[in-house]
Ligand binder design. Structure first.
Ligand code: MSP
Length: 644
């Protein structure tokens, strides 16, 4: 396959517009990073890209928060939205527009959409009595609530509200949207989300309440200004505003229907069903694709302010740089699935993949060109099997990468690049340029190898440019490629041999410094070095050895702190056979004495007694610990039960 630039083909990609209700966290940054990478890839592939993000500023929640902060809603959102824009800048997000729903251009569009649908008879006035979740800005029916009668999305209480309101005839479009989802397999991805939406519609769509009178921070309903437009109706319309729905028909024609609405999985319903019905009522085509990505999870839980597990992207960018964070998010998480954010895993990736694999390849290559050929890439001629292999691997990588990126398999595309980087590092080890340099008769071979390495790096630089724009630019600059960085396209990567002969490269500069991980205790270090396979026989224990340890469930009867110590508790435990005994345990930093009394815990019964702070300790209670956390192992099993 030959890769040709898709010159001039329009491509419209959007992220959701974010609520300015709190600071953005790394989960939001995940969504925007994926969209940015796809937008950059499409530009690289020649498309005429329009990439939109923005802020969803209206609604009761914002109004209440602003009131309690003693400011007006617009003062409140102005400040937070500025912090979004700052974050996107620091993360190298290349959006072509940033839409704020508080802007005049957007008000006009929403009001016009409202007018058109009302004129058609698909918006009518009625009385709304329903259950409303303020944090999610969502109405629910009894049937949709969770098992505790709370919001099925955020599981917080809903309020009963009753007021005059406008309704949108969603029920009229339910069948058509269902048909659209069923007949267009590309419309909603990943496939797993399709069935969810199909079932949702099949359970029956009610008309949607699209106005509120209980607050006024929103877009007024045209000709009935005591109502404001429902925030989702308002927000979804942003995708039309930004491409000139009302004021730039040419631009609108060029970019609509959108190629991709990239959204989190919990808002797929709004983007397929509600948005689908609104567009059908307007007589406008539906977007080509809605893709529902998974969530970034921290220690098994979705990030949220109330759970206190929010990871601040600005702090991460300051510590590790934007490209490292982008790389981690794109490589570590399979699009469509949930993925874990973990600091240790991030550092491991930076050290192994970025500092080591990529950084070393660049450094070694430029260093050798400098040392052996005075920084000049000489004329190539003839080639060995290894040379032709590295060339064909490079081109195969470009093709695989291109196909994977076109089908949004981003993490696989990243892996493909790194497989090639490893191959190139191996090529250095196999060809041993330092040996060739010592042998006059190998001069041509050396020139070939160094040229192939520089070309490989040039291609890698292009492929990583959508993921890590800064690093790509640094590679481009260190190789001193004459073409301006902004003009490079995917076609440039699909040709091996573009660097001119006698081209002078630059001096190597480190791309990523290695991150020092806190040094473990010497004992742990010694243990870590040994892989299980290498452990000597005597370190392994047999089942007989293990059975020598008597583990028993006991009840903690009394507990008290041992004076003048911070960490020790004296426990009296009952093993159920009358043999009440005392145990000294080092858990006082993690448990108060009262917390342990009455608990069934596990004790090593046949540990040699030992005197600690004047108390004879007859056993040891089991606990699990990591870092600065420790938990005593408790059980529901009755006292006296054996642990085996
Ligand atoms: N304002 C609406 C969207 C309106 S679009 C017309 C909204 N805003 S949001 O700020 O709550 O969320 C914006 C996006 O961030 C959603 O796609 C959501 O899934 C995503 N994320 C929020 N937390 C996330 C993670 N922990 N992980 C991944 N994405 C997450 O919804």
């Amino acid at each position: 396959m030959s890769i040709k630039n898709k010159t001039g083909i329009p491509y419209y990609i959007t992220t959701p517009i974010y609520y300015p209700s709190a600071k953005l966290h790394i989960g939001h940054a995940y969504c925007t990073t994926i969209a940015d990478t796809l937008a950059r890839f499409k530009r690289l592939a020649g498309y005429d890209v329009f990439f939109l993000t923005g802020s969803d500023e209206h609604g009761q929640k914002i109004q209440k928060t602003a009131e309690s902060a003693g400011v007006t809603p617009i003062e409140y959102v102005d400040k937070i939205v500025a912090s979004f824009q700052e974050l996107w800048k620091r993360l190298e997000i290349s959006n072509d527009d940033f839409l704020r729903t508080s802007e005049k251009r957007h008000h006009e569009v929403v009001q016009e959409i409202f007018r058109r649908i009302r004129a058609k008879g698909d918006i009518y006035k009625g009385e709304y009595t329903g259950l409303y979740c303020t944090p999610c800005e969502s109405y629910w029916t009894e049937l949709q609530l969770d098992e505790n009668g709370c919001c099925p999305d955020c599981h917080r209480p809903v309020e009963k509200v009753s007021e005059e309101a406008y309704f949108f005839k969603m029920s009229k479009y339910a069948d058509a949207v269902l048909k659209h989802i069923e007949e267009n397999p590309d419309f909603l991805e990943p496939k797993s989300r399709r069935n969810e939406m199909i079932n949702f519609i099949k359970r029956g769509l009610e008309d949607l309440c699209i106005s509120r009178t209980s607050f006024d921070w929103g877009i007024p309903v045209p000709d009935d200004e005591k109502h404001v437009v429902y925030v989702w109706f308002d927000a979804l319309s942003n995708y039309l505003t930004a491409i000139g729905f009302l004021d730039d028909p040419e631009k609108f024609k060029k970019f609509w229907p959108a190629d991709l609405h990239l959204v989190g999985k919990e808002i797929v319903r709004f983007h397929t069903i509600i948005w689908g019905c609104i567009l059908m009522a307007l007589g406008i085509e539906l977007p080509k694709k809605v893709y529902g990505h998974g969530w970034l999870i921290v220690e098994g839980d979705k990030m949220s302010k109330s759970k206190g597990n929010v990871v601040d992207p600005i702090l991460l960018i300051e510590e590790f740089g934007a490209d490292a964070i982008r790389y981690f998010l794109l490589r570590e998480i399979t699009l469509g699935q949930d993925g874990n954010f973990n600091r240790d895993a991030l550092i491991t990736r930076i050290n192994a993949d970025l500092a080591n694999d990529l950084g070393n390849l660049l450094h070694r290559t430029l260093n050798m060109i400098d040392k052996f050929q005075g920084g000049i890439l000489l004329e190539t001629s003839g080639e060995t099997e290894l040379d032709s292999e590295i060339r064909s691997e490079a081109l195969k990588t470009v093709e695989e990468y291109y196909n994977l990126m076109e089908t949004m398999q981003i993490s696989d595309a990243v892996k493909t690049i790194w497989t090639f980087i490893s191959r190139a590092n191996k090529y250095i080890d196999e060809t041993m340029p330092w040996k060739l340099a010592k042998d006059e008769s190998q001069k041509q071979n050396l020139a070939n190898v160094l040229y192939n390495l520089a070309e490989s790096l040039r291609i890698v630089g292009i492929l990583i440019s959508p993921l890590m724009p800064n690093t790509a630019r640094k590679i481009h600059e260190q190789l001193k490629i004459s073409e301006p960085f902004e003009k490079i396209t995917i076609e440039d990567a699909a040709t091996f041999g573009k660097i001119e002969k006698n081209h002078e490269v630059g001096k190597p500069e480190a791309l990523f410094p290695r991150i020092e991980i806190e040094k473990p205790e010497p004992v742990q270090k010694a243990e870590k070095k040994k892989s299980p396979a290498k452990k000597s026989e005597e370190e392994l224990i047999s089942i007989e050895d293990f059975s020598k340890i008597h583990l028993r469930v006991v009840k903690v009867v009394t507990a008290e702190k041992i004076p003048e110590t911070d960490s020790l508790l004296k426990l009296t435990v009952d093993p159920g056979d009358g043999d009440i005994r005392e145990i000294v345990s080092g858990v006082a930093r993690y448990y108060s004495p009262e917390e342990l009394v009455g608990k069934n815990v596990i004790v090593v019964m046949n540990l040699k007694p030992t005197k600690i702070r004047g108390v004879v300790s007859q056993g040891m209670i089991l606990a699990a610990g990591k870092g600065n956390k420790l938990e005593v192992l408790t059980t529901e099993m009755p006292v006296g039960a054996k642990v085996k």
